[in-house]
Ligand binder design. Structure first.
Ligand code: PHE
Length: 340
């Protein structure tokens, strides 16, 4: 064959090949066209290129160039057709220098994280979780807990009443009585939940906040169990070097009552240890026999302890947040810092 006729054949391959590529209706058909034209063994163009040794030496460069040009054009057409089948992508137009889009990742709210960590520690200590209603009666919120209705806490100044005797619970302690009514001792529960008070909204108060209540009732529970359990909780939450102190206090439903304080020891990056200041983390005490009696248990046989803590305050201390309102504003720039 002369180079003229070979070049005509290549032209024919080009026109017919481009038409075949255009007509390929799916990726399978396109692949068959590719093999027919460019397949290494039997592909038309490959056959021509392999046959170049039979072309007279002075004609070889022209035929070779033409064969490579047609090969190039057909390959490009095949790649383009291929990307048209893959929706929305065009390989030739992709800008690989574009910065990638930011991915949004959800995060657990820092107060919920505190509730979860507290719950896990008490679960490891053998506690289960209990719950009670947020709208409750004066009986469960106050009277059953040995708090007369003329006690200042029952005052309308502090409590959000829904009707004459139904209110939004001002603490999670009503879950103590609701649990004791349903179950016989031994009882070992925590009850996380929302509580409500007629408080101004400022850096350290919000009208709705969370508490985690705890209650243990059994035969032979002593002040030692009380102190040891809460000290163990504090060390597991704040670190093994944490110091714990019990300061005498008063709650109508516990006797004796205590405020529990912790002193954390922080180890700096350079290895130096710094003792932090004392922080109050909960109210607690031995369950008053009057409460045990209200539950219908024999106060001669059963004793126990109870505690209540604010995970919002605990989260503030833990993360060095100085304004409680940050936890309620739901600003993602703030909340995004607590992914873990
Ligand atoms: N209910 C108390 C409060 O809201 C806390 C507390 C719970 C104290 C249980 C003693 C025992 O402040």
């Amino acid at each position: 064959m002369t180079d003229k006729s070979l070049i005509a054949v290549l032209k024919k391959f080009e026109t017919e090949g481009l038409a075949a590529v255009r007509d390929a209706s799916d990726l399978g058909a396109l692949e068959r066209v590719r093999v027919e034209l460019l397949g290494r063994k039997e592909g038309s163009i490959s056959v021509v290129l392999r046959g170049l040794s039979n072309v007279p030496p002075d004609e070889r460069p022209t035929v070779g160039q033409e064969a490579n040009r047609v090969k190039e054009i057909l390959s490009r057409a095949i790649v383009e057709r291929e990307s048209s089948f893959i929706e929305g992508t065009s390989i030739s137009h992709e800008d690989l220098t574009l910065p990638s889009r930011a991915t949004w990742e959800g995060a657990i709210h820092p107060v919920t994280q505190a509730v979860d960590e507290i719950s896990k520690i008490f679960r490891d200590l053998g506690f289960t979780r209990a719950r009670g209603p947020e709208a409750d009666t004066e009986w469960y919120n106050f009277e059953a807990l040995n708090t007369p209705l003329d006690h200042p806490a029952a005052d309308e100044q502090d409590t959000l009443y829904l009707t004459d005797s139904v209110l939004l619970r001002s603490h999670t302690s009503p879950v103590q009585m609701r649990t004791m009514e349903k179950h016989d001792p031994p009882i070992r529960i925590i009850a996380p939940g929302w509580v409500y008070r007629r408080d101004t909204y400022d850096a350290t108060h919000t009208p709705a906040f969370m508490q985690v209540e705890g209650l243990v009732i059994d035969e032979g529970i002593t002040f030692v169990d009380f102190k040891a359990t809460l000290a163990e909780f504090a060390r597991r939450y704040w670190g093994p070097d944490t110091e714990v102190r019990f300061r005498p206090s008063f709650f109508p439903f516990t006797e004796p009552s205590a405020e529990v304080d912790v002193k954390r020891v922080v180890t700096r990056q350079d290895g130096t240890r710094e003792e932090m200041e004392w922080l109050e983390i909960m109210g607690a005490g031995m369950v008053d026999p009057a409460v045990i009696e209200n539950a219908g248990y024999d106060p001669e046989r059963y004793t126990g302890f109870a505690f209540g803590m604010g995970p919002g305050r605990i989260a503030m201390i833990k993360h060095g947040v100085d304004d409680l309102r940050r936890f309620f504003e739901n600003d993602v720039r703030f909340l995004g810092q607590f992914t873990s």
